[in-house]
Structure formats: structure tokens, C-alpha cells
Design a protein around this ligand. Sequence first.
Ligand code: ADP
Ligand code: MG
Length: 138
Amino acid sequence: MTAETRTSNSEAETRAIAARLAAGLGPGAVLLLFGDLGAGKTAFVRGLAEGLAIDPVEVTSPTFTLVHEYRGGRLPLIHVDLYRLDSADLDEIGLDSEFAATGVIAVEWAERLSRAIPGATQIRISDRGGDTRTISVA
Ligand code: ADP
Ligand code: MG
């Protein structure tokens, strides 16, 4: 995937950017999301769900669970949120790696991962004030 930076002026636009990205993803894709609290990482994951034809209403910030799985779409979406951890390894947080390989994994607070994930797509969302965000995909 070639690196690109987009500007979003609304949550809906962020979701649309994510949905378009999701259309091109295959099984085993890993998306690492970086950005401060309130940047729009969870909104982006909702857009991924929409793009995979999963009901985005199901997608919430996983407060008590680290991992949420959403099925019923073109591919399963596995949503990981590492906010509550200082450091984590995907193998250690109860992610079934065989199941994960069948779907798309999206990781919020990916800077807390203790190991690099080869081939992962990095998504950086920065708050530019108001509803403006820059979203870089690399
Ligand atoms: P994070 O998961 O990064 O903490 P959330 O997705 O939970 O962030 O929250 C993002 C908040 O910012 C939501 O309240 C959303 O409505 C708001 N928002 C405003 N503008 C945008 C935008 N352009 N893209 C995404 N979210 C936006
Ligand atoms: Mg979030």
C-alpha cells in the first residue's frame, strides 16, 4: 500500500475513508491505529466495519474487554484496544491467531505493542482542531 495522507472534516468522512480502505483488505490484514484520545480511532474502526458490511453500531470502545470480534460481514473484524495496557503482545491477549488470520485486525493504541507486526498497515490520526483530522495510511 502506498503512503497517503488525507484530511477529514467530520466523523462521517473518517468513516468513509476507513470503509474505502476496508474494501481492499483481505484475510490476515493488520491495521495499527495511532492517535491521541478522541482522535477518531474508534470512529475509524466503525468505518472499517461498514466497509466490511458489518453493522457499525456493534463497534464500541472495548472498555472492559481488550478484544472484540464482529462477524456477519465479508470478513470478521477483530478490534483490539490496548488503552489499558502499558505494553502488550498480540499473542498474549487472548487473540486466537488462527481465527485472526481469517479476518481483519484493527489495533487501537498500537504504540503499546511490544513487538512489530511485519506487513501491518499504520494509520495515524491527528486532531487538527475542531472536527478536522489528518489521517495518514502507510
Ligand atoms: P479514539 O478512539 O481515538 O479515542 P473516538 O473515535 O472514540 O476516538 O472519538 C472521536 C471523537 O471525535 C468522536 O466524538 C467524534 O464524533 C469526534 N470527531 C470529530 N471530528 C471527527 C473526525 N473528522 N473524524 C473522527 N472523529 C471525529
Ligand atoms: Mg477508541
